[in-house]
Design a protein around this ligand. Structure first.
Ligand code: ADP
Ligand code: MG
Length: 180
């Protein structure tokens, strides 16, 4: 093959590009949430240019919402990805849609089959109309911080502090770790 064509293919192949480490929060409270979260782990690993490099236990956590609703099943995964943040967000939205996630802009904390949030994307700081990274509310959400501590050690997050510090400060909610 012409070497320049070969180089171009290698450059465009997401599996051969430099990767960044991303943490994604998973949650859901409609339907069989344990099964949905477990299937989502497989689907995340199947995204071209994404390798699942860590996964927390599953947790059952009390909903943080003004609307009375069922408990959530939550987990956090670590992914090595060559995708850029917006491309990853689109992949996550495609998985959400596959589980019939409905969004009502007037009900931001409504129950949902599946919610996938980018918590951290390498050391990037992003603030645009589609994406805020680090995730705008991760630092006060115990259902993100506790699972993340399992797979990220006691990571220091610039501008926020260590995970254990954030866990100490976060409002308490009822959470139980589910058996593997
Ligand atoms: P929430 O996760 O806060 O309950 P949604 O899942 O409905 O709300 O997300 C609303 C919007 O948040 C999405 O359309 C997406 O563009 C935006 N968004 C901003 N930052 C992030 C992020 N870090 N991860 C996922 N979505 C994000
Ligand atoms: Mg979301």
């Amino acid at each position: 093959m012409n070497p320049s064509v070969k180089n171009r293919i290698a450059r465009d192949d997401p599996d051969s590009m430099p990767t960044e480490t991303v943490f994604v929060g998973i949650g859901g409270n409609i339907g069989d949430s344990v099964t949905i979260v477990e299937q989502t782990l497989v689907q995340l690993n199947n995204i071209r240019g994404c390798d699942l490099s860590g996964q927390s236990s599953l947790y059952r956590s009390e909903a943080v919402s003004d609307i009375p609703q069922d408990d959530y099943i939550n987990a956090v995964v670590m992914i090595d990805t060559s995708l850029d943040p917006l491309a990853l967000l689109l992949e996550l939205e495609a998985i959400e849609h596959a589980y019939y996630r409905q969004r009502d802009p007037d009900l931001p904390n409504a129950p949902r089959t599946l919610d996938l949030d980018i918590i951290l994307f390498g050391n990037r700081v992003i603030s645009d109309s589609h994406l805020t990274i680090p995730h705008p509310r991760f630092a006060t959400r115990l259902f993100v911080l506790e699972p993340m501590l399992e797979i990220a050690d006691d990571r220091f997050i610039p501008g926020f502090g260590s995970l254990s510090f954030l866990i100490d400060q976060a409002p308490d909610i009822e959470m139980i770790k589910l058996d593997a």
